[in-house]
Design a protein around this ligand. Structure first.
Ligand code: NAD
Length: 499
């Protein structure tokens, strides 16, 4: 086992404002608890609007000089950051497991994805280029520049404390904008460590700022006239709130919300691979992934006969425990309240008529009796208008739905209010093509269980899973963090005769 000592955790989380580590003056603090051991590992302050204001002021002071640093020089800081992230890879992954509960392997995958975004943002001298068209009229040229926008705030959820802020941060910085990060108050340790690395990378004072806190801190960012853009990831009700409040205050906003992702299994899907990938998708990260499949739609009676026993077996075989230990495939959920909410939803499913094929509710892990552990649960024949189908459970629960053909399956996908991801398992190219074309979701997987876009593609999302136009990552992030300026220039031929 990789011991918690491997990732040293600080007793109190600090803010990083204007190049200084500052203790918050707020009397409101929350305990940060390891969800597997139930031990308190730190305390996090709920920073005040005054502290948000200090960060915004420092960031605005830094903006003038940071935006003038040539893009090719700005990315040198990111190259240094990439190096530091590689050097501290194991410690960061360990910290994620300790505060979030996911397995070490999952945490390593998360940090790898964060690093990939730094790598892509290093392409900013190319990605930030504008365009020119000569001779739009005699003697007149027109061109478009991309310029920095100002202070950008990043507000993130608990489930990917290292990766999600990096869908935004490297691009905002590379585009010449100072940033303020507000991590989840439930998992603030990883960002604390990442900020030590940002400090070591040498960013100028005020260019990177960290303000810890909860809803009041978020609202202060949404209301502050000195913040120009908001990047948010979290649950749908909060995403809606963030989107409307920030937009009302004249800011640009990208707000990614919750999900309820279906996976379809067609009769010709490969049984072994499909079973393994589908169960990984549903139960990986204990189901606390915005790209976790939660509804498995099985097409046809023969497919049902083949797959239901295989899925039950795979769910029962999953090893649950502390994510730092060898061989563990699933960690705890984030809080006792989450565990209670998830078990309540399982019961609701049963009350609504579902069959409980695997019941993961009564789970105790030896040595970690206080942890928020659940085992995989499978509910079959869930009511289509019931809670299990309509509500984001965000836990290790698979809802099984049976349909007769692909049209019925796609109709089921499209009835949902969310649109984060939809996946299909098949060996039939025409079926895959139809699904890709008709499924109403922003991220599509064909024989893939977690269709997470690589950093050079936007992290898409439709319907109630996304509010805004431009997503995180890739050229979408570059467009979000820049404003276009169009210049029309006339240089009449007769003027040049003077030279
Ligand atoms: P959350 O909405 O509770 O919190 C997200 C952030 O919003 C946190 O920083 C929190 O401090 C802040 N916040 C919470 N309540 C607020 C309020 N009333 N006003 C202002 N700010 C508030 O989300 P969570 O529980 O941390 O994360 C899980 C959710 O995030 C799930 O719904 C999951 O699907 C979603 N998520 C979505 C994506 C995506 O890409 N679409 C990715 C990861 C997670």
């Amino acid at each position: 086992m990789k011991g918690p000592n491997m990732a040293k955790t600080s007793s109190t989380i600090l803010n990083y404002i204007g190049g200084d580590w500052r203790a918050s003056s707020s009397g409101d603090v929350l305990e940060v608890v390891n969800p597997a051991t139930a031990k308190t590992i730190s305390t996090v302050p709920l920073s005040t609007p005054q502290e948000v204001d200090q960060a915004v002021q420092e960031a605005n002071l830094a903006f003038d000089s940071w935006k003038r640093v040539p893009p090719a020089n700005r990315i040198q800081y990111l190259f240094r950051l990439k190096d530091l992230l590689e050097q501290h890879f194991d410690d960061l992954a360990c910290t994620i497991t300790i505060e979030n509960g996911k397995t070490l392997k999952e945490a390593q995958g998360e940090i790898r994805r964060a690093i990939e975004n730094v790598e892509v943002a290093c392409g900013i001298p190319t990605m930030m280029q504008g365009g020119i068209l000569e001779d739009i009229a005699p003697g007149i040229d027109e061109y478009m520049l991309r310029q920095s926008i100002g202070v950008c705030a990043i507000i993130s959820p608990f489930n990917f404390p290292g990766m999600i802020p990096f869908w935004f941060l490297p691009y905002a910085l590379a585009c010449g904008n100072p940033v303020i990060v507000k991590p989840s108050e439930r998992t603030p340790l990883t960002m604390q460590k990442l900020f030590h690395l940002l400090e070591e990378a040498g960013f100028e004072k005020g260019v990177v700022n960290l303000v810890n806190g909860g809803p009041e801190t978020v609202n202060a960012l949404l209301d502050h006239p000195g913040v120009r853009a908001i990047s948010f990831v979290g649950s749908t009700p909060v995403a809606k709130h963030v989107y409307s409040r920030a937009a009302k205050n004249g800011k640009r906003v990208q707000a990614q919300g919750g999900a309820k992702n279906p996976i379809l299994i067609l009769p010709d899907a490969d049984p072994e691979k499909t079973t393994q990938i589908v169960t990984d998708s549903v139960f990986g990260n204990a189901g606390q992934r915005c790209l976790a499949a939660s509804l498995v739609v099985i097409v046809g009676d023969e497919t049902k006969k083949l797959f239901v026993p295989a899925l039950i077996e795979a769910a029962n075989d999953r090893t649950v425990g502390y994510g730092l230990e060898e061989g563990i495939e699933m960690g705890p959920v984030i809080t006792p309240q989450s565990k209670e909410r998830i078990t309540g939803l399982i019961q609701k499913g049963v009350d609504e008529g579902a069959d409980l094929l695997v019941d993961g509710r009564k789970t105790e892990i030896k040595g970690y009796e206080g942890g928020n552990f659940l085992r995989p649960t499978i509910l079959e024949n869930v009511a289509l208008d019931g809670e299990v189908v309509q509500t984001e459970i965000f836990g290790p629960v698979m809802g099984l739905v049976h349909v007769q053909d692909i049209n019925e399956a796609i109709a089921f996908v499209n009835q949902g209010t969310y649109g984060n991801m939809a996946c299909l398992f098949t060996t039939n190219g025409a079926a895959a093509r139809k699904f890709r074309n008709q499924a109403e979701a922003g991220n599509i997987g064909i024989n893939i269980g977690v269709a997470a876009p690589m950093a050079f593609f936007p992290f898409s999302g439709w319907k109630d899973s996304f509010f805004g136009t431009l997503h995180g990552q890739s050229n979408h992030a570059v467009e979000f963090y820049t404003q276009t300026k169009v210049v029309v220039e006339r240089w009449p031929r007769e003027w040049s005769r003077k030279f």
